[in-house]
Each structure stands twice: as C-alpha cells, then as structure tokens.
Design a protein around this ligand. Structure first.
Ligand code: ADP
Ligand code: MG
Length: 703
C-alpha cells in the first residue's frame, strides 16, 4: 500500500504547474483555494455542449447563449477611443454573424486567422437590429479532429482573477492539469463495494474526472450523483456513529419506573387529553431515560403544540424516581409564567416547585439554594441564573431548556457539571427545523417532533395590508379593544443598535399614540435598548391588562403567552424573515377565540418578500414554513446550523437533493446496523476516511 506517499491533494496550490506564488495568492483570496484538493472541489457551475452547434439562421430575438461554427471573415478595426473595436464575421452554411471586441484588440488581431474555421460562443446581443456576439469565446476548430470532451466546463471567476489571466478558461486549464497528475490511488474508494455495486456508483476517481470533463452528459449525471451521495453518506455514517458512541459511553441516571406522581397527575389533574404526538414524545422520553445512558434529546414542536406539558410530565417522571429537575427559560417573564402554571397544576401533589431568577432577593434566594442542595425542592424553574455556579443540586436528573435558540453552547455545557452523572437533557425548540435539515444537522441527537396541534384551535387569520390601509387597521384594533381585547404592534429592529431602526420605532410609537390617545388607551413599549427592569415593568402592565396595546420589537418573539391578546400587527412585515414572522404570529391565537395577524407592507415588494408574505397568509404550519424558509434562504442560515460544521456540503443541497439524502440515510442505517463500528475488512477504508475528518465531530454541541 502506498498510504505513506505524501498526499498530493494536500499540496499547496502554488506548486501546481502554471500557478506559482503570485497566482496562488489571488486564488486563495478570491476563491479560497489553498490546496490541490480545493481546486479539485471547485466544481463547474455548468457545461457547454460543444456538439450542439446552432445554425446562424436560427438566431431569433429570444436566443440567449449560442454556440456557432464557421469560417472567419476579414478583420476590421472601426471607431476611435472608447468605441474603437475589432469587427469580423463568422459564416456558416446558413448565414453570417458579426463578432465584436472592444478590448484586447491587438492580441485578437494577431491571433485570429481569417479564412479558417472557428467556433464562437457567447450571449447574443442586438445592435441596430442585427444580432452579434460581443467578446465571444472563440477557438480554432477542426471538425475532423473532434473534441476530447465535447462538454466544456464553466468555472466561477471574478474580475480580479480575470485581470491576472485566471478567468474561467484558465481555471479549466489548471483543473485539467491537476486531473492529469492524479492517479486512482490519489482518490481512493472508501464507500464499501457492496454499496457501490448496489447503487451503481462510479468510482471516486472517475467521478472527479467526469464532473469536470465529462465524456458525455449521462456520465456527468453519474458523477454528480456519486459525489452528492458521498457527502450525505459520510454525514450520516459519521453522525450515526457519534450517536451510538454517545449512547454507549455516556452513563445516565436511570428513571426505571413511572410512579405515583406521574400517575396521580395524569389521572386527576391533567386538564385535557394529550394529543397523540404528545403521548408519543413522552413515551420516547420514558424509553430513553430508562436505559442507563444519558438522553440528549431535541424536541421540536410548533408554537402552541403543547411542549410545556411534555416538560411537566417528564419532570414528574424524574421526581418519581427520586431526582430533581430544572426548566430553563430565556426570559424572566417566561420563567414566571411557567412557575405559576406549574405550581397551580401541581398544587395537590407532594412536589415542591421553586422559581429562581435574577430578581429573587438574597434571603429568598439563599433559602432556595439550601432546598436544592438538601433535595427538598424537586423542580426548579428559572432563567439562566439557574446555571450560575452557586446553584448546586442534590441530585439533578433532568434539565429542560425551553426555546433553545436563545441559548449558547457554553451555557448548555454548564448543566453537565451540575451532577456527577450528567442529567438527561431535553431541549425544546420553538422554531421548527425542516426535517431534512434536522436529519443532517441533528442526526447525532435523539430527536422528537410534536407534529400535531391540540384540537379545537382556530388558526390565526393572517392578511396583508398596505401602508395606506393603516387607518382601517387601526380602526380594527379599536373594535377589538372595545371587546376587551389587546393588541401587539411590532416594529422591525433587526440590529438593536441600528439608529435608524430605533428612530423608526419611536416615530411608529408616536404614530400609534396619535391613534390611541390617553386616557382612553394605554400603551406599553418594549424594546432591546431599554433597561431590563423597564422592559419587565412595561411587559407586566400589558400582561395585567393595564395597557391595551404593546408596541414592541422582536424582543417579544419568544414564548410569552398572553391569551387576551388576539391581534398582532407587524409593521414593515417585508423586512422580517419567514420563521421570525411565524414566531411573532405565535404570540396570538392560543385561546379558543379568533385571532388576527396583520402584515403591514409597502405596496412594492421584491419577489422574495412577496413570497414570504404569501406563504404566511396561506399557512400556519410551522414545518411547512420552515421548509419554505430554507428554500428561500438556504439551509446555512436556519437555526444557527452554519456554525455546526456538519453541514458544509459542497455539492449536495438538502432541499434539491432530498431524494439522494433519503437514499444515503437508508444506506448508512443498514450499514451501521450490520457493522456499527465499521470493523469488517470491507469497511476499513470508510472508517479511515471518517477519522481523517474527525474535526467535524462537535458532539458536545448540545449539552
Ligand atoms: P408551546 O409548545 O408553544 O410551548 P404550550 O405548551 O404553551 O405550547 O401550549 C399552548 C397551549 O395549549 C397552552 O394553553 C396549553 O395548556 C394548551 N395545550 C397543550 N396541550 C394541549 C392538549 N393536548 N389539549 C388541549 N390544550 C393543550
Ligand atoms: Mg413554550
């Protein structure tokens, strides 16, 4: 085996023939190409099929790009200064077409040979009604010799690259150079032979050759399929193994029984029948926590799907087994809300619920800390104050984090240290993540979905209204307030520090005040520049009904639940992302009454903005919205998965290539079921490949 030969693909790009230090520097800066491998993985964005030559007579007003072949006419230099140009014609059996260059005139003049056969490619433009090609790609062409590869690759380039003679053409040449230096052993196969056979995969070596210079279109398709499959497959095997490893290695506390507390609550105090999805998730959590390995579960459910009840029942399960549990919420208001709710629900049961936030006074705080240390407090609810060092539990068995996207990795990691055996961790997210994304980015976690809403919900009625409808919208709010309801009016404040946004908010507030003057109406205002206390006070006034209108920025996005508020107006809705709008809308529509979401927009919207508004008016299904959001924005931006490093697919796209993804999931699962550690001789190459990439295994991501 030649494993020890230096790996050619890791060579710095400057050592490739035709590159050198100067071009290397530009390639690095402009395209991020450091090594041979990087160049190999700079894929062409399309190919020109040179066998598809068009007849010049077929050019019409709708022709865009075209490849024509024929004899070159004589060269003429016309005009002066800026309009100085080289003009010639290309003539085939059907007609002739004008070719024009404004730049590189003398070079072209020297190198073009009138009377010889050429092939020219470019975008058709019209000048005085006549079609012409300006700055076409042109090459001498002899039909008798034909092409090595009729499919010419096109590579991304930039102006700076072009200026240094590193346009798409030159990049193609460099890639060709690189490929000619590579041998099979430089791109060794690592997908097990039985899988290659079963799926008809062409070899890696051939795939790389053919994705750049395909001998024919079908081979190109095969190469693309193979390389995309490979990316998904590696991701799935890697994350699958991480998950098994974690489950095997991480010792967890055991919740062996469902006891009195759970049963009593379930049969006597549960105010409603659980949905099928809630039941299923609780079953999953019970199974997980009984095995002796640490649960690391992500629970996804749309706003209002009833995640809180799942949290409460899980905490009772912990208590039944003699363990304490905690629930961490992102804001004080939300913590208060949870604590109140839990205390009320559990009042007839022998469990002690405590609330710990930044505003708990020293004496009370001390007492709570003692109760936690002695074990007399069973359930702790609070903000991340819970994660602070002096908070020590006697035996923390379960940590639940609500609305996960507000928490960083470091904060979560702290929970681990709260017990000698790490507690089970349940992270509840309110922003649904598309399934395909979850299957790739979170495959190494235990994963549950609540995909069903409690019965009897009336979907929020969502409409779009234009700026000039504002008076009507305000009148509508007045009507609802007259019925005793409350309303939110949300302003965009993308960056809390942006002065302009802030001024907009203030103007907006004045404007709202003009429609709703005191003392008939009172308004709360909440935004990120306020001191915490001011914000909390304003919030509380709205919660208690002292104010009827809340003017706010997206700081209220997360989890607050004020059932009397049934109107949500979003100002400049076109400026918000889909998921964000969905989150905002989730603040209303939790009661049995009809709620409304009004998206105020300008009258001229871009395509994407119009699409976002349309989708929101059309559906309230968070998972569908998440899928759409991903289609519009790309997976990298969703749910902070970009940093995770698990999703840097070069070629594959989890939206477009869903089917390949499913194939990879299936295949990886079967493989790991047969050989979980990849110990069989036929799997060692794959194992080695994964080890080489082990930087990609941030398995402490979640807890
Ligand atoms: P979220 O998943 O957004 O945190 P919540 O847990 O706050 O949702 O639940 C939203 C509302 O639905 C609450 O008022 C809750 O009491 C109610 N709820 C939860 N589960 C059910 C159910 N199975 N049947 C009826 N109402 C439910
Ligand atoms: Mg919630």
């Amino acid at each position: 085996m030649s494993r020890n030969s230096p790996e050619i693909l890791a060579s710095p790009i400057e050592y490739l023939k035709g590159v050198g230090p100067q071009r290397a520097a530009i390639l690095r800066r402009e395209l991020g190409i450091d090594t041979f491998r990087d160049l190999l993985e700079l894929y062409p964005y399309r190919h020109l099929d040179k066998s598809r030559v068009s007849a010049i007579a077929d050019i019409s007003a709708t022709t865009e790009f075209i490849l024509v072949a024929g004899f070159l006419g004589s060269l003429q230099i016309l005009g002066e200064g800026k309009s100085k140009r080289l003009v010639t014609t290309l003539k085939d059996a059907t007609g002739s077409l004008q070719l024009v260059w404004f730049q590189g005139i003398s070079w072209m003049e020297k190198n073009l040979n009138p009377g010889f056969r050429y092939r020219a490619y470019g975008r058709i433009g019209f000048y005085n009604g006549e079609p012409q090609l300006t700055h076409p790609e042109i090459e001498g062409f002899d039909e008798l010799k034909g092409d090595a590869s009729p499919l010419q690759p096109f590579y991304p380039s930039t102006e700076k690259l072009k200026a240094r003679s590193l346009g798409g053409r030159q990049i193609a040449r460099l890639t060709q150079q690189l490929l000619s230096q590579l041998k099979e052993k430089d791109l060794p196969e690592f997908i097990p032979a039985e899988i290659c056979l079963q799926l008809g995969l062409i070899s890696r070596f051939r795939s790389f050759q053919s994705i750049h210079f395909p001998p024919a279109a079908p081979v190109y398709q095969q190469a693309v399929f193979r390389l995309k499959f490979e990316e998904f497959f590696l991701n799935q095997v890697r994350t699958g193994m991480i998950k098994t490893q974690r489950q095997k290695q991480s010792r967890g506390v055991i919740f062996s029984q469902v006891g009195r507390l759970f049963h009593d609550f379930y049969s006597k105090a549960l105010p409603f029948e659980l949905t099928g999805a809630q039941k299923r998730v609780i079953r999953e959590i019970r199974q997980d926590t009984a095995t002796g390995h640490q649960m690391n579960r992500l629970l996804q459910g749309d706003v209002g799907s009833g995640k809180t009840m799942v949290a409460l029942l899980s905490m009772l399960l912990a208590a039944d087994n003699g363990f304490q549990s905690c629930l961490v919420a992102p804001t004080e208001i939300l913590s208060n809300q949870h604590a109140l709710h839990f205390t009320r629900m559990l009042q007839d049961l022998p469990v002690t619920v405590r609330l710990l936030t930044g505003s708990v006074k020293a004496a009370a705080r001390k007492k709570i800390l003692e109760e936690l240390a002695s074990g007399s407090a069973d359930i702790l609810i609070g903000t991340h104050a819970i994660l602070e060092d002096p908070v020590l539990f006697k035996n923390l068995g379960l940590a639940i984090i609500d609305e996960q996207h507000r928490f960083g990795v470091a904060q979560r990691a702290r929970i681990w240290k709260k017990a000698s055996i790490p507690p089970h961790v349940l992270v509840m997210t309110a922003t649904p993540i598309p399934r395909t994304l979850a299957m790739t980015a979170y495959n190494d976690l235990d994963y549950s979905v609540i995909d069903e809403l409690p019965p009897g919900r009336q979907p929020v009625r969502t409409v779009q209204r234009y700026e000039y409808n504002r008076p009507n919208v305000m009148d509508f709010i007045k009507e609802e307030i007259k019925k005793g309801r409350q309303a939110y009016i949300i302003f965009p404040l993308i960056e809390e520090s942006e002065k302009l946004d802030y001024e907009n908010l203030m103007k907006g507030y004045e404007n709202v005040k003009a429609y709703f003057p005191e003392p008939a109406y009172y308004i709360s205002m909440v935004h990120g520049r306020q001191k915490q206390e001011v914000r909390e006070t304003n919030m509380k006034r709205f919660v208690s009904g002292d104010t009827q209108i809340m003017v706010a920025t997206t700081v209220i996005e997360v989890g607050v639940h004020i059932s009397n508020a049934n109107v949500m107006v979003v100002e400049s809705a076109e400026k918000f992302g889909l998921s964000q709008l969905h989150q905002l809308r989730g603040r209303v529509g939790r009661g049995a009454d009809q709620s409304y979401c009004i998206l105020l927009t300008g009258s001229r919207l871009g395509t994407d903005a119009r699409e976002r508004v349309r989708i929101l008016c059309e559906t309230t299904d968070g998972f569908r919205i998440a899928e759409k959001d991903m289609e519009l924005r790309g997976p990298g931006d969703i749910a902070g998965t970009r940093q995770s490093g698990l999703l840097d697919f070069k070629l594959a796209d989890i939206v477009q290539d869903r089917e390949i993804l499913h194939q990879a999931i299936e295949t990886a699962k079967n493989l790991l079921a047969k050989d979980p550690e990849l110990e069989e001789p036929g799997h060692t190459a794959l194992r080695r490949q994964l080890l080489q990439e082990k930087g990609k295994t941030p398995w402490s991501r979640i807890s």
